[in-house]
Design a protein around this ligand. Structure first.
Ligand SMILES: Nc1nc2c(ncn2[C@@H]2O[C@H](COP(=O)(O)OP(=O)(O)O)[C@@H](O)[C@H]2O)c(=O)[nH]1
Ligand SMILES: [Mg+2]
Length: 447
């Protein structure tokens, strides 16, 4: 059995390409507010491995619907059976030149067996110019569904509904910019009723999409778990002579590498979700703050009271350890060495990262960061990023603002996370710990 095909048609600039992007999880399709961006019809697929689950054909949209309709009407009254034949005749006789180029582009795949998705912008009023398009589509006698898209803020659903209901079996609202997997599946369900001959294949597509979504979340969760483990366990050990007596440089290197790990995580999440071009901006929101800044700790970390509740630490210990931001505590290591300090480990002030340890007389070590809040800061930043991408569709190409994740995590979960953070930090974790951590992260991810 062949896969289902849907031809996405309508006026130019109504969101056809956006809908194709979203439904095929593909952000490489040209979307633009310049009408005429889509010049030829092009197929996009929902695929897994080699198997195609469905095909969406993006089209340029109607240019001369009235003229085409006039051509059709000039053949007099035709019966229902004859109408599709008249469209075939039109295609045979009018597609050599440029006049009906766009109409030919969009009608051909319909006559080749595609079902119709007709897209309108329901934030603009209905006008009779659309009638010619819908009449032409009726001539094809193909199964069809209409989508109400809302590009602007106004709402003309009522008047659109009244008209579209006369031409299309099903009329659905669908927002290609802000839809989640449930809405995507809901639209596919509707399409399965429109195109009965492919109902079974569309159901398969729905199942595969659900599985894909689950697998995706599993992968993201495990990626985040690995990153947290890696960052919590991160340390730099250097021979003293290479160390160059520069504490600030060592701190800087340490911080930069943690930041790099986060950037890499974000890129990994982006590519797991198949975002190739969309830009996710960190510049204008909370994630812009340096991981080690107080601001970041305040936004993404746990409050002191919560930390005390979930850890075995006393309030005094937490009070002291909580401030891992690189603060005013700075000292020149050279002077320490000069003073003949040569011990196993030393803690200086609240500044976690300046907890530089001496290993014997030859080496120094910076990290792992021991502050119990560090893991939570990293985790919440990662979840915030992942959840924004999970709720963004592939049509949305503007620089997307990351939305702050609301923290409603239960104390019990926080306790478990805290325990695992400690194991990661101490390098005492096993495979099961990593999987447990990933399972918790999975539950914090949006559907
Ligand atoms: N805010 C918003 N903008 C949309 C939506 N759908 C389309 N657009 C914008 O409308 C313009 C035309 O979209 P496009 O998909 O290229 O339309 P097409 O010409 O019908 O393929 C682009 O600037 C899109 O960014 C939507 O649901 N919400
Ligand atoms: Mg287009």
């Amino acid at each position: 059995m062949s896969h289902p095909k849907f031809v996405v048609v309508g006026h130019p600039n109504k969101g056809k390409s956006s809908i194709v992007s979203t439904l095929t999880l593909n952000d490489t399709i040209a979307i633009s507010d310049t009408p005429g961006t889509t010049k030829t019809s092009r197929s996009f697929y929902l695929k897994k491995g080699d198997k195609i689950y469905y095909e969406l054909i993006d089209t340029p949209g109607f240019q001369r619907p009235r003229k085409l309709l006039k051509w059709l009407k000039s053949h007099g009254e035709v019966g229902a059976v004859e109408r599709p034949k008249l469209i075939e005749k039109f295609l045979k006789e009018n597609c050599e030149g440029d006049e009906f180029r766009d109409e030919c582009e969009l009608l051909k795949p319909i006559m080749d067996g595609g079902a119709i998705i007709y897209v309108v912008d329901a934030s603009k009023p209905y006008s009779s110019e659309y009638e010619a398009e819908m009449e032409i589509l009726r001539y094809t006698a193909k199964p069809s569904l209409a989508i109400l898209n809302y590009i602007g803020d106004e709402d003309y659903t009522k008047e659109w509904d009244a008209v579209l209901g006369q031409y299309f079996r099903i009329v659905k609202s669908f927002d290609p910019f802000n839809s989640n997997i449930a809405e995507h599946i809901d639209l596919l369900e509707a399409l399965s009723h429109v195109d009965n001959s492919h109902a079974k294949e569309i159901k398969e597509a729905i199942e595969v999409l659900k599985e894909y979504n689950q697998e995706l979340k599993d992968k993201i969760a495990l990626t985040i778990a690995n990153y947290i483990k890696d960052s919590l366990n991160y340390k730099i050990v250097k021979k003293l002579n290479i160390f160059n007596k520069d504490e600030e440089a060592l701190k800087k290197e340490f911080k930069a590498n943690i930041v790099k790990k986060e950037r890499k995580l974000f890129d990994n999440i982006k590519s797991l979700l198949n975002f190739k071009h969309s830009e996710f901006t960190l510049k204008s929101n909370e994630l812009k703050y340096d991981i080690f800044s107080e601001k970041s700790q305040e936004i993404f970390g746990l409050k002191k009271e919560k930390l005390i509740l979930i850890s075995t630490l006393s309030s005094a210990a937490v009070g002291g350890a909580i401030d891992f931001a690189v603060g005013g505590h700075s000292f020149f290591l050279g002077s320490l060495i000069g003073a003949g300090v040569g011990f196993a480990s030393a803690v200086y002030g609240y500044d976690e990262i300046s907890k530089i340890k001496f290993i014997g007389n030859e080496s120094v070590q910076i990290g792992p960061v021991e502050d119990p809040n560090f893991g939570f800061v990293l985790l919440n930043r990662a979840i915030t990023y992942a959840n924004t991408l999970l709720s963004t569709t592939h049509a949305n190409r503007k620089a997307i603002e990351i939305e702050l994740n609301s923290d409603e995590t239960k104390l019990k979960t926080l306790k478990n996370l805290n325990k695992l953070h400690k194991k990661f930090r101490d390098g005492k974790d096993n495979e099961k710990d990593l999987q447990n951590y990933a399972n918790i992260v999975q539950k914090l991810l949006k559907d």
